[in-house]
Design a protein around this ligand. Structure first.
Ligand code: NAP
Length: 211
């Protein structure tokens, strides 16, 4: 699949690099020749292709958004996604590792509002980027889970093979209003690891009894 990344820093690069290794074509959306993250990404993976916004809109089958949340409104309101899928990997994080929108609405719902021509799916936010670089947990007979949310069922189904390519089992938690709870799971993970010293290489798993 041809996948365009808006934002290719810690999160964007880890996901793009692993998707490329699984055979996907990665387009890095940037008009900024001086971007440090774009230069670093190209040095690390020569197969990435840097494209402008219009080319990305024409070529890409799916978009990943991995930018600071504060940049999202100005980026997204200028784009016409023409009904394509936009995977929102961003988190609104406020002062003291709080919810950046005071838990009144999820960042993903704001992303959907700003990118009204896209089908937004929230994913790849509940862990730190370390777990997107390497999702293999050799001692366990279970895969890490990636919880997602979105209003469009078909968009979520189309995302599932990519979630699997990245080493996760996908758990559809429901519509986009569930993203608020996923964003609180992010804060839980971030406080445990970045504030309280828990090891970053841990994830959640989904265990369901059939009886
Ligand atoms: N870090 C984590 O562990 C983690 C995990 C899950 C989710 N997230 C979320 O993922 C998002 C990205 O985090 P990150 O750690 O990957 O950040 P990062 O390493 O700082 O990368 C941010 C990327 O966004 C680009 N960017 C910044 N401002 C932009 C703008 N106005 N227009 C277009 N591109 C812009 C940067 O380009 P330049 O290099 O040119 O500035 C860079 O490529 C955040 O919303 C974060 O909350 C982070």
């Amino acid at each position: 699949m041809k996948i365009a990344f808006i934002g290719i820093g810690n999160v964007g690069f880890a996901l793009a690099n692993n998707l490329q290794k699984k055979g996907h074509k990665i387009l890095v959306v940037s008009n900024d020749q001086t971007s440090k993250s774009v230069q670093k990404a190209l040095e690390s993976n020569e197969s990435f292709q840097v494209v402008g916004v219009q080319e990305a809109i024409q070529e890409a089958e799916m978009f990943f958004l991995a930018t600071p949340f504060s940049a999202n409104e100005s980026i997204l309101t200028q784009l016409d996604f023409q009904g394509k899928i936009l995977v929102d990997c961003t988190n609104p994080v406020g002062a003291g590792i709080s919810h950046g929108l005071s838990s009144k609405v999820s960042g993903a719902e704001k992303v959907q509002e700003w990118a009204s021509s896209a089908k937004v799916v929230k994913a790849f936010t509940i862990y730190g980027f370390e777990n997107f670089q390497n999702t293999i947990f050799p001692k366990y007979n279970v895969k890490p889970v990636m919880m997602i949310a979105g209003n469009d069922s078909s968009a979520k189904k189309q995302l599932e093979p990519l979630v699997n390519d990245l080493g996760f089992d996908m758990l559809d938690t429901g519509k986009l209003d569930q993203a608020l709870h996923l964003e609180h799971m992010t804060l839980l993970w971030v406080k445990m690891v970045r504030r309280d010293g828990h090891h970053p290489n841990f994830t959640w798993a989904y265990l369901e009894k059939s009886v």
